[in-house]
Ligand binder design. Structure first.
Ligand SMILES: Nc1ncnc2c1ncn2[C@@H]1O[C@H](COP(=O)(O)OP(=O)(O)O)[C@@H](O)[C@H]1O
Ligand SMILES: [Mg+2]
Length: 557
């Protein structure tokens, strides 16, 4: 290409322009998926904002049909709102928000959720989104678009309203989207949101004007998320180089102690023992790329303290059980949470799983048959799409369910729920529908599922026993009537008395059998569902956390 031609064809673009042309990267593609994603993004923002402000969320969601493949979406919350001078930038600019580069458990983390939806609305309808933001007192009304060439908010109209309101209310129109009865629609999304967020009240009106109310479980106030400092196990050479600009005068050790989580004198001493220079003496500005490389390698080999794990906000076993019983009404339920641990060196994670059987568990097919349903969650936000590419699905598929007496689980009335809590969810894409197959995460999910599978296996084997016994009783009682008839003819004794006596004998005999069985039942269950060899292997495996972290408790902060 000639220099002139090159210059003539050289262009620059804005991030808004990029996402306008590549909206699939934000999960905004497919008629059903786009509409569900819009609801998901707005609702996640409401839940995040309420959680940070310590407010119990009350969220109203409405989808109103306006024409063929044309809908209006309303999401109204009672959260803290956005300060007047920041509404435009927060919602009308991509890659802008309050959740960047923070190690804190929130649902959004990239600053492209709501703003991406406002972009989708304007490119499919040519109309701005209508926003009301109140922080207490009279709220601000705004009609907002994104100037895609500049990636800046374009405010069409702005005025103060004459009533009091606190929260965010968004109204956006969308075309080229569609609402269907589907396990991936907004109703399913909100149902799952209610299961994993028992502290929220959600009122939803679907396009057919049906209203669903998911009431909050009483007494549950989730922790407010806390930001943690990064862990030195996660540091890269490039990040050290960048930090050197702002912290040029500090020594490397000083920076570690001040800016990173739980670094004390012992850790510094251990890092130093692997180096040919002293990080307590070398300042950040004096260190070069090669020295930082050596430091990162030394950190990799040094035992450090596990990151703070108390910043995670799980659903909690008690509340998860309560909401599953309320919403799914299962015949059998096993809920369990693993202890918090870490992945990738320094990101805290916690896994919660639940297995629900019977009742409304499982996915209902068109012919009313039931199928296995996997409910995936990241930081209590449902993941409805891209199941095949998700680490959670991989973990579920890797379990040998047959070993727990669970044959053909695909066709059981079964719901499996997995929630991953972390200050940094490793999503596979900006659409945030699947999590990466991180080894430590997959292993944690597997361990939890194996325990839950064992409980379900025992329940089903006991149920089979009971059914056999009831069948036996039925057969005996039928015979009793015939035997009584015969005895009555032979002995002339009263038929009713004979039947009563025989029934008595049968009941006693079955009771004795039952007592014997109960004594043996422990052996039966253990015998029927032997401990999985894999489970043993998993148990035997030293937890990753103990491999490279010092035991907690005696740290030198
Ligand atoms: N309902 C809401 N209540 C309060 N603040 C909100 C709400 N929705 C969005 N925000 C603010 O707008 C920012 C941008 O939102 P969004 O584009 O969805 O990105 P993200 O959620 O990833 O930060 C958020 O970081 C938050 O500060
Ligand atoms: Mg968001």
């Amino acid at each position: 290409m000639s220099e002139d031609k090159f210059s003539a064809s050289f262009k620059e673009s804005s991030v808004a322009e990029f996402f306008k042309r590549n909206r699939q990267m934000l999960g905004l593609y497919g008629k059903l998926r786009s509409l569900t994603t819009v609801i998901a993004e707005y609702v996640c923002n409401s839940l995040d904002a309420c959680e940070e402000a310590g407010i119990l969320p009350e969220i109203i969601v409405k989808i109103i049909p306006l024409g063929e493949e044309h809908y209006e979406v309303h999401v109204i919350d009672n959260g803290p709102g956005i300060p007047k001078d920041k509404v435009g930038k927060a919602l009308g600019k991509l890659l802008a928000g309050t959740k960047f580069h923070r190690l804190i458990q929130t649902r959004g983390q990239q600053g492209i959720g709501a703003s991406g939806c406002i972009l989708l609305s304007q490119v499919t309808t040519g109309k701005p989104s209508k926003i009301i933001s109140g922080t207490g007192g009279k709220p601000l009304y705004m009609e907002l678009e994104i100037d895609t060439a500049k990636n800046e908010p374009k405010i069409k109209l702005q005025k103060e309203l004459d009533y009091d309101y606190r929260g965010i209310a968004v109204k956006s129109e969308f075309k080229e989207v569609n609402y269907q009865n589907s396990s991936q629609n907004a109703l399913e999304y909100l149902k799952r949101t209610a299961i994993a967020n028992p502290h929220a009240t959600i009122k939803y009106t679907d396009p057919f004007n049906n209203t669903y109310i998911f009431e909050r479980s009483s007494g549950y106030i989730p922790k407010t998320p806390k930001e943690i400092k990064p862990h030195i196990k996660c540091i890269t050479v490039d990040e050290l180089k960048t930090l050197a600009k702002d912290h040029s005068k500090k020594t490397i050790a000083g920076l570690f102690k001040q800016e990173f989580d739980r670094v004390g004198d012992k850790v510094i001493k251990d890092i130093n023992s692997l180096l040919d220079f002293d990080i307590s003496k070398v300042t950040m500005s004096k260190a070069n790329w090669e020295m930082f490389e050596k430091v990162v390698k030394a950190i990799d080999k040094t035992k450090t303290f596990a990151p703070r794990l108390d910043t995670l906000i799980p659903i909690e076993e008690k509340y998860l059980e309560e909401s599953l019983r309320k919403i799914i009404k299962p015949e059998f339920l096993s809920v369990l949470s693993r202890k918090p641990t870490v992945y990738h060196g320094g990101y805290p994670i916690q896994i919660e799983v639940a297995i629900a059987y019977g009742g409304d568990a499982g996915q209902t097919l068109a012919n009313n048959e039931k199928k296995l349903e996997l409910m995936r969650f990241a930081n209590r936000a449902p993941l409805l799409f891209d199941a095949g590419a998700c680490g959670i699905t991989k973990a579920v598929n890797s379990i040998e369910w047959r070993r727990y007496g669970l044959k053909d689980i695909e066709n059981l009335p079964l719901s499996i729920l997995v929630n991953l809590s972390s200050v940094h969810i490793p999503y596979t894409s900006a659409g945030k529908q699947a999590i990466a197959e991180e080894e430590e995460i997959v292993e944690e999910i597997r361990k939890a599922l194996m325990t839950a599978a064992r409980s379900l296996g025992l329940h089903l084997s006991k149920k089979r026993h009971l059914e056999t016994k009831m069948k036996k009783r039925g057969i005996f009682l039928n015979y009793a009537k015939e035997v009584a008839e015969g005895l009555h003819l032979l002995t002339d004794r009263n038929k009713k008395e004979l039947i009563d006596k025989l029934e008595d004998i049968i009941t006693k005999k079955l009771q004795i059998e039952e007592m014997n069985e109960q004594e043996e039942s422990e052996d039966i269950s253990e015998g029927e569902i032997p401990e999985d060899a894999e489970e043993k292997k998993s148990k035997g495996k030293k937890d990753k956390i103990t491999d490279y972290f010092e035991a907690d408790g005696d740290h030198d902060e």
